[in-house]
Design a protein around this ligand. Sequence first.
Ligand SMILES: Cc1cc2nc3c(=O)[nH]c(=O)nc-3n(C[C@H](O)[C@H](O)[C@H](O)COP(=O)(O)OP(=O)(O)OC[C@H]3O[C@@H](n4cnc5c(N)ncnc54)[C@H](O)[C@@H]3O)c2cc1C
Ligand SMILES: NC(=O)c1ccc[n+]([C@@H]2O[C@H](COP(=O)([O-])OP(=O)(O)OC[C@H]3O[C@@H](n4cnc5c(N)ncnc54)[C@H](OP(=O)(O)O)[C@@H]3O)[C@@H](O)[C@H]2O)c1
Length: 464
Amino acid sequence: MSAPFRVAIIGAGPSGFYAAAQLLAVDDPVFAVDLFDRLPTPYGLVRAGVAPDHPKIKSVTRAYDKTASHERFRFFGHVELGTDITRQELLERYHAVIYAIGTATDRRLGIPGEDLQGSHAATEFVAWYNGHPDHSGLEIDLQARQAVVIGAGNVAIDVARMLALGPEELAVTDTADHAIEVLNASGIEEITILARRGPLQAAFTNPELLEMGELTRADLEVVNGDLDELSQAALCDADKTRTRNVEISQDYAGRDRSHPPRPITVRFHYLASPVELLADERGHVRAVKIERNEIVERDGRLAAPGTSELSEIPAQLVFRSIGYTGLPVAGIPFDEARGLIRNQGGRVLDDSGERCVGEYVTGWIKRGPSGVIGTNKKDSHDTVAKLLEDAAAGRLNAPAGGDMEGLLRDRAEHLVEWDGWQAIDAAETAAGRASDPDRPRVKLADWEQLRQASRGIAGPAGRT
Ligand SMILES: Cc1cc2nc3c(=O)[nH]c(=O)nc-3n(C[C@H](O)[C@H](O)[C@H](O)COP(=O)(O)OP(=O)(O)OC[C@H]3O[C@@H](n4cnc5c(N)ncnc54)[C@H](O)[C@@H]3O)c2cc1C
Ligand SMILES: NC(=O)c1ccc[n+]([C@@H]2O[C@H](COP(=O)([O-])OP(=O)(O)OC[C@H]3O[C@@H](n4cnc5c(N)ncnc54)[C@H](OP(=O)(O)O)[C@@H]3O)[C@@H](O)[C@H]2O)c1
């Protein structure tokens, strides 16, 4: 058998793991995979994005662990492309490189007051409560009465739900300890989810929207939830998810509120765009100025332009949850307008549209920040198919350099391999059990703690 083709995959999130599994399953030709991540921990947004009260979803990592046990697989954690290693160094050592680095930052609203104190990107808040070591120091003051979450997607739902969970609900999750402490002391009584279009156009999925109706500490309200005539007419052609979203929204609007009021009200406010965040005398957000929108038909599609009708929603906290976007990495062709690595069907293209031999892309940084975990399986399959096609045609990269491991041992001072991650995992899960028999783990949320745990030194103290 000839020597395997060596492939570097950058990013150990779902798309990186699916690409690895698919390559390792090929018998002829044979591939060896090195999976890199800038974090000492694998799994991407499954660890740092998926809500802590959704442990079942996180069990997808068992499939990734199986991939990691393959004899031709190596994990190089705590190694950042663009900082610890360069694109050129990868191309000198691998027949192919697949970028699977996700889309790490937030899209901007572009309205005045966006960066006032008390206004946070959902990307950061999510990373904070999930113990991402870059964001564990984020200062979030939940001593506010009213919060507005801007955006009508599943991340907005996650943010609103996390704000509404009670101490006993959080105690059995892997929410980072620093976040549990702050969330438990929260003074929030009203959470408004602000959607610029109507219930038919919201990007929620049904289970996530339904879960809001099961919150034990929150009553639900709906503003502007009645369907306009155009949306009503469009309902018969709408897909099942959207139709069901409308039904759920109508159910929420018509709910009996005769029971004693719950401590929190979650309000779905449709058909309104934020136009400005207003400050108090300390420069802290005090309200969101909104413009009422209306559904109109434009070029054969439904649009939601503003009506010039303005009003204010008092809010001392704002979470901007209007989607993620990618960040460029030195030397790798980047499509600024779309926030993606420039590519055609997963093959990386340079700025003049020519193919970059041996370079591929998958996941959110290939197609944009949408889709659930499983969507990335198909996406990686498509990219790997292109790579296999190029391998068969003799069009992969021809590396002249040696093995990456030597360079990493010299260069990446804190390299964490799979056994290092397993040591972190063992420390976290032991601390979880010590904190509460039902708690899956206590996350290490600090870079130095993670490094130490990867070497088997100490573990988190665990909450008592
Ligand atoms: C808040 C949130 C909650 C979600 N909840 C769910 C859910 O409940 N169910 C569901 O099915 N889907 C959910 N999703 C969607 C799902 O997480 C994504 O579809 C999926 O994670 C995208 O996979 P990816 O591999 O492309 O990117 P990511 O998961 O973002 O992985 C990218 C990886 O690349 C690494 N990386 C980045 N830059 C570099 C670099 N320069 N060098 C080395 N490594 C690098 C990152 O550290 C990261 O580990 C959620 C998404 C978000 C944002
Ligand atoms: N439990 C789960 O399965 C789960 C949990 C979290 C995330 N995810 C997935 O992860 C992906 C990303 O989720 P996401 O919520 O970040 O993104 P998303 O689904 O794309 O939703 C973004 C929302 O922001 C709105 N928006 C965009 N620009 C805006 C602006 N300028 N002003 C006001 N609103 C604006 C969008 O409205 P328009 O539609 O009008 O553009 C949309 O409602 C999705 O595929 C999601 O399903 C899944």
